[in-house]
Design a protein around this ligand. Structure first.
Ligand code: HEC
Length: 114
């Protein structure tokens, strides 16, 4: 019978593909963490107790979708109006970020699930 071998092969391929995908997601989030530091998001936000504790972002990945996080970064004034946020100083739009840095930053913020 050849089926078990094919199944074993399929499982191996699946494991490798999933492993690579999660590795890439992790690499993307790591890069995003660097963008977070470079853009000084921690002047107003904290992650795991590091940064401005008035704006904790812990768990924000579970609360907001990736699209919403992207909106916050690229169009914060509009999102703040929608969220009726009164916190000062308000967040400015980080509209000049290159796409790869923006994508990585969104992946990082989305990885903050708790
Ligand atoms: C000048 C201060 C300031 C800076 C710098 C800043 N933010 Fe914000 N951010 C805010 C304020 C104020 C809010 C509204 C939060 C509120 O009212 O609770 C906010 C909201 C957010 C939210 C939505 C949070 C939620 O709980 O719904 C995200 C995500 C976010 N910021 C990410 C970032 C990222 C990423 C950066 C860096 C690129 C950044 N912010 C830089 C002030 C800032």
């Amino acid at each position: 019978m050849t089926f078990p071998r094919i199944e074993a092969l399929a499982v191996t391929v699946l494991v490798v593909v999933t492993g690579v995908a999660s590795g890439q997601a992790q690499a993307q989030a790591d890069k995003g963490q660097q963008v977070f530091a470079a853009q000084k998001c921690s002047i107003c936000h904290s992650v795991a107790g590091e940064g401005n504790k008035k704006g904790p972002l812990d768990g924000v990945g579970a609360k907001l979708s990736a699209a919403e996080v992207r909106q916050w970064i690229t169009n914060a004034p509009e999102m703040a109006a929608k969220a009726k946020s009164e916190r000062k100083p308000p967040m400015k739009a980080f509209a000049a970020l290159p796409k790869d840095e923006l994508d990585a930053l969104v992946a990082y913020v989305e990885s903050l699930k708790k």
